[in-house]
Design a protein around this ligand. Structure first.
Ligand code: 2P0
Length: 352
């Protein structure tokens, strides 16, 4: 009787505060700028992936939320699987271990504990969980940064989901991509008061995918060139410092400025790309006014909005202000009161 090997791993969703938008190498998924994200709470939003290896399997197969999905021969999934097989082979050679286990076929099943309708991309958590589960199955002593090199080739933002807390994806400069990886800036425990509120404005599928949208931006936007060269490097440094010093004011200002510039760069694309809608913009106006009153009262910034490639808002705020912000948003958008979720809730305090 043959042994069946199986491993399960899960990875959380991350939301960028310095946005990744643009590739300098589309095959290896090397970005045109570094980015930084906050990893959301594992309990609320995550992908869980089980990988199984059995000599009787005839080919690699994948099920997403219970439904079989095709593994395209030259696709990103096939790349991640073959990169993991390569890593295992290297490990076997290095440790002179019995090479019986290098190239089995896999059966992989992945589930998200959040509905696709939440308007959140599942590719980041999905690819991170896939790579983590194969690493476990293969008993690879690989660090999260090493695994991030492989998850990156599934989906750029996935490399940031191999860590909790505050995570930077360093763009790197080597054409091989070996220095384009994720590192943890600070663990969750460093700033447990930081929460994220997700406001689902629309659960429609977005019009322009990130992958194709960002390439159009790279090809046509002069503003992107300015952003890459003059804006992001300084913001990466300043927001990392703000995180390390738990300086919410600076964190909030940079987060909102970077969301604004990402959407400006989308608008600067030919033809232009619009991800936000009227409700998104009304939420921005509300947060701007809320912060203005707070600054006037000598209390500084209390909330930071950020928007990805869609109309849904993510609002970062300290735990002490979450309740007030939820009440504020619900009072302006009462019909949507069931759709606001405090999902970071780092240490469990959900306020909705
Ligand atoms: C981010 N986004 O930093 C930015 C902000 C969307 C807006 O990463 O082509 O799905 O798979 O590398 O990772 C979305 O891009 O794109 C994204 P691919 P991905 O989170």
């Amino acid at each position: 009787m043959s042994t069946i090997y199986q491993a399960t791993a899960s990875a959380p969703v991350n939301i960028a505060v310095i946005k990744y938008w643009g590739k300098r190498d589309t095959k290896l998924i090397l970005p045109t700028n570094s980015s930084l994200s906050v990893t959301l709470d594992q309990d609320h939003l995550r992908s869980t992936t089980t990988s199984r290896a059995d000599p009787s399997f005839e080919r690699d197969q994948l099920w997403l939320n219970g439904k079989e999905d095709e593994i395209k021969a030259v696709g990103r999934l096939a790349t991640c699987i073959s990169e993991m097989k390569r890593l295992r082979k290297e490990y076997e050679i290095k440790t002179q271990m019995n090479q019986r286990y290098s190239f089995p076929q896999f059966h992989i099943a992945s589930y998200n504990n959040f509905p696709t309708a939440a308007g959140l991309a599942s590719s980041a958590s999905g690819f991170a969980a896939l790579v983590a589960s194969l690493a476990q199955l293969y008993t690879l002593p690989a660090s999260p940064s090493t695994l991030s090199l492989i998850a990156r080739q599934g989906s750029g933002s996935a490399c940031r989901s191999l860590f909790g807390g505050f995570v930077a994806w360093q763009m790197g400069s080597d054409p091989s991509g070996n220095d384009s990886l994720a590192v943890q800036v600070a663990p969750q425990e460093h700033w447990p008061q930081m929460h994220a509120l997700i406001c689902v404005v629309s659960d429609d599928k977005k019009g322009t995918s990130s992958t194709s949208g960002m390439q159009r931006t790279v090809e046509t936007s002069p503003l992107l060139q300015h952003r890459i060269k003059y804006v992001v490097p300084e913001r990466m440094e300043k927001i990392s410092k703000a995180i390390l010093e738990r300086d919410f004011d600076t964190f909030a200002k940079i987060t909102m400025a970077d969301s604004n510039q990402f959407h400006a760069v989308a608008l600067d694309t030919e033809p232009p790309i619009f991800y936000m809608n009227d409700v998104s913009r009304a939420i921005i106006a509300l947060i701007v006014e809320y912060n203005r009153l707070s600054v006037e009262a000598g209390k500084g910034y209390k909330a930071a909005y950020t928007y990805d490639a869609g109309p849904n808002a993510v609002i970062y705020a300290l735990e002490e202000n979450i309740k007030e912000i939820v009440q504020l948003i619900v009072s302006y958008f009462p019909q949507r009161s069931g759709e606001f979720k405090d999902v970071l809730g780092l240490f469990g305090a959900s306020s909705t």
